[in-house]
Ligand binder design. Structure first.
Ligand code: FDA
Length: 585
């Protein structure tokens, strides 16, 4: 077919990665067309935990409130429960997702945003509608078939699934956000590492009012220790809240080699009854689908003008809730770069930083999510079991947990420890916030990355070290509280300085004019447009009053100068050179 449609960026897929790419690009004013295979957005809930870092990106786009209004709020997310069934014995709980009193402070200190629970049935429409409102075009029933790229662009062949007609789209860039079975990634021959499919799981979504069994211990996840529960799947049987407390997703494993089970009404009911622990409830099944527990990540995530994002390049189980979060954050990293190159303010070499910055994250999240399944095994170990197939042994060990004396005491202590260890899945705040980038889009300042004072997976550690996210804290504008993150982003580079930093602001105007950019000026301090009355910014910024941070549109620190410039000329030269270095100009 001959090229018939032209667009700046073609996005394949309307899941979290594709929808977010469209939203970010459209918000930055870049022309974007999204094509997606089916006639609708996700009809199953799928990924749901939405972390603060994702919400920060959506806050930057002005859609945080829309999602908040539809999602299950933070305070209902926290009592992750390990039990034999909802009706049965509780083995323990772990406060999760920052809802623990002590951990809550860490979360509040790290971000202006909350955690929330929003399945893809909620998130995707919010992202896609906002993208459309800003000019993105979306074509349903449209399948990606293949692409070829040349020096000037990409020609992609699509098939309209309603008419069967094939046509071509010519774009400057192509984003493959086409999920775990990505054709785009396959066509690019991206190299993958990891064992691949490591297990099978099924998700059964059903309506049932279980309020009386859960409302007193509100949580998004209830984990069941039952015979066979640790086989394949996600470590144990799971009941996951979709709508409090009337819609649920049941997760249970199956052996991949044996193929997915048949979802007969009787089989589905039997599983639900086992996990709830009683026959005494009515249910309406909405969907049942098998999926693969993957351990697979691409070590290169882009080639030339084609970029892959989301599950296309990181395939892992839902443990840690990193699926859609990482997908949206991939898009946040990529979109401003493509927008800058399309606008002509950056050289194409800026795009190389996408692979350099996000491929390590793909590896990290896949390893983390799979490790969490293994860590759940500690609960069985605590019960002195290697598996649950011997029902008598399981019952004996569960009884021992309640027995007086040293043997029981040992089991109780071991269980408490095993459950507390699951903070690495349910409170891995560091995994969510401590992503540090090293690439051509970051200018090192010669200092080593600050060492982590606490477990880097559990605890977020803010720093202004180039390559880290700008720390959040509350400052003020005309007395009103705003986050430092609210002062940057919105598609622009920002220059953050303080009292005595006028030369940096003048340099921002001059260098901006030279490079065709408008830099956002963020002077914070007494007598300046923003103030730091709590003194927390001064504690976090790691630079002097008259030092400067150059912050990228994705709120990452691109460059840092700790002290006042030697002169106005030096400020200008430093800022211009830093920007040139990041933008490849
Ligand atoms: P995603 O798979 O969401 O989207 C891919 C898009 O590409 C779709 O719009 C699809 O139609 C489109 N597409 C594919 N091929 C195409 C083609 N050739 N042409 C055109 N369009 C094409 N994660 C989590 O964190 N917690 C959870 O509880 C779950 N639960 C869960 C349950 C089930 C059943 C599944 C299948 C997956 C999960 N996940 C999950 C994983 C989570 O859904 C996943 O990480 C994100 O959806 C990834 O988002 P992407 O946008 O990358 O892909």
């Amino acid at each position: 077919p001959s090229p018939s449609v032209e667009v700046d960026v073609l996005v394949v897929g309307s899941g979290p990665a594709g929808a977010a790419s469209a939203l970010f690009l459209a918000s930055y004013g870049t022309g974007v067309l999204v094509v997606t295979r089916y006639s609708r957005l996700s009809d199953t809930p799928r990924a749901h935990i939405t972390n603060q870092r994702t919400m920060e990106a959506l806050r930057d786009m002005g859609v945080e409130d829309t999602l908040l209004a539809l999602a299950t709020p933070w305070e209902l997310m926290g009592n992750t429960t390990f039990c034999t069934s909802l009706v049965g014995e509780e083995l323990g709980r772990i406060p999760s997702w920052g809802t623990d009193t002590v951990r809550h402070a860490d979360y509040e200190l790290a971000s202006p945003c909350t955690m929330l629970d929003a399945p893809q049935t909620i998130t995707e429409p919010v992202l896609v509608k906002a993208a459309q409102d800003r000019g993105a075009k979306v074509r349903f029933d449209t399948e990606y078939l293949r692409h070829v790229q040349d020096d000037d662009g990409v020609t992609t062949t699509l098939r309209d699934r309603l008419t069967g007609v094939e046509y071509a789209v010519r774009s400057r860039y192509l984003i493959g956000a086409d999920g775990a079975r990505s054709r785009v990634a396959a066509d690019l021959e991206l190299p993958f590492e990891g064992p691949g499919a490591v297990g099978g799981a099924m998700s059964i979504v059903f309506e049932a009012d279980l309020t009386h069994l859960v409302a007193h211990r509100p949580s998004v996840l209830y984990w069941m220790v039952q015979p066979g529960a640790e086989k394949e799947g996600v470590g144990l049987g799971v009941l996951r809240m979709i709508k409090p407390w009337t819609e649920w997703m049941l997760m249970w494993g199956y052996e991949v080699a044996a193929g997915p089970p048949e979802f007969t009404d009787a089989a589905v009911r039997e599983l639900a009854v086992a996990l709830v622990g009683t026959e005494d409830f009515e249910m309406t099944v909405k969907s049942a689908s098998p999926w693969t527990v993957n351990h697979h990540f691409a070590t290169t995530i882009a080639r030339g003008r084609v970029f892959c994002a989301g599950d296309a390049v990181h395939r892992h189980p839902p443990t840690n809730g990193l699926g859609s979060n990482t997908s949206i954050q991939d898009a946040y990293n990529l979109a401003w770069k493509i927008a800058a190159v399309v606008a002509g303010t950056a050289a194409p070499s800026l795009l190389d930083s996408y692979d350099a910055e996000r491929a390590p994250i793909a590896r990290q999240v896949v390893e983390r999510a799979n490790q969490s399944i293994a860590d759940t095994g500690r609960i069985l170990t605590a019960l002195d079991l290697t598996d649950t197939t011997d029902v008598a042994a399981l019952e004996r060990q569960l009884a021992l947990r309640k027995a007086p004396g040293p043997e029981g005491e040992k089991v109780r202590a071991a269980l408490r420890e095993a459950i507390a260890y699951k903070a690495h899945e349910f409170d891995a705040h560091g995994v969510e916030h401590n992503q540090r980038y090293a690439s051509g889009a970051v200018v090192p300042d010669g200092t080593p990355m600050p060492g982590y004072r606490r477990d880097p997976e559990l605890y977020a550690q803010p720093t202004t070290w180039p390559g880290a996210k700008l720390p959040h804290t509350w400052v003020t504008r005309t007395g009103h509280r705003v986050s430092t993150l609210d002062l940057v982003g919105h598609g622009a580079f920002s220059v953050v300085t303080g009292v005595g930093g006028e030369d940096w602001l003048a340099a921002a105007r001059a260098a901006g004019e030279e490079l065709g950019l408008t830099l956002t000026e963020v002077p914070i301090g007494p007598g300046l447009p923003y103030d730091d009355p709590y003194g927390t910014w001064a504690e976090l910024r790691e630079i002097g009053d008259a030092g400067v941070l150059l912050v990228r549109p994705d709120c990452y620190v691109a460059a840092r100068h700790a002290s006042a410039p030697a002169s106005a000329e030096q400020a200008h030269a430093w800022l211009r050179d830093s920007l040139r270095s990041v933008l490849g100009r």
